[in-house]
Design a protein around this ligand. Sequence first.
Ligand SMILES: [Zn+2]
Length: 280
Amino acid sequence: MKKLFIDIGGTHLRSEVCSDSEIIKESVSSNDTGLLFYIDQQMKLHPTIDFIGISYAGQVDKGVIISAPNINIDEYEITSEVKQRYGIALEIDNDLNCALRAEAAYWKSSNIAALYIGTGIGAAVIDQGILIKGNANMAFEIGHIPYRETPLVCGCGRNNCVELYASGSGMAKWLRHYGSRLEPVLSQLKIGSDRNERLIVSEFEEALLHAAGVLVTLANPEILVLGGGVIEQNPYLATLLREKLRHYALSPALQGLRIEISVLENAPLMGAKLLERHHG
Ligand SMILES: [Zn+2]
């Protein structure tokens, strides 16, 4: 028997078909590949697949895809459709929840929060070993807490989200607003000659401290693990948080807190593999 694990984001769909003897890895563009279409292809190639685990860069709840800002959705009722077509189980969760499952296993922690910063900024929390989901699997959507009014529009439609400052997409929006041609790369903006470009960096840092302070104050984790492309390229952000977070969080919530950078190569895909444990 084989198992299919998928990590689908705005750019790539990465998959692994695992059997006892081998792992077949694949990466394709997610722009022109619908998820159900991809599963159909894999089921033809590997008819003995008996479980599918998916990490999804969008909102999912109880096996149903609700929305995804950057993914072409070819089937919302993905779990029931796959069950109907192939009679096999499929488990799907959002990418941050999947990543945090993998982080919790790696750090061997049952009180852990993840803060990932890439195109957006997202968080997930495991408390006493239980992943906090909320009523519609929307808990700890830290990117969209109200922060400061801006002349910009967030992906959610509002103009005051913390994601408009502390994310790759936020930086890109500010650069366009100021008429800058630079890429939203912190290290380049930091040394720029333009005052507005340097302002984007200091406001990014301030907003990140605010978001992390809210997360730690509300969730009181033992470990705050940082990940995502912006963190990978700017590990100094972990030092910034270690040095300054005390000014942004309730101090008892910081007692014993460790701030770590993720060392996992693909935490969401690793987390998709852990979904099998929850199935049944
Ligand atoms: Zn928003």
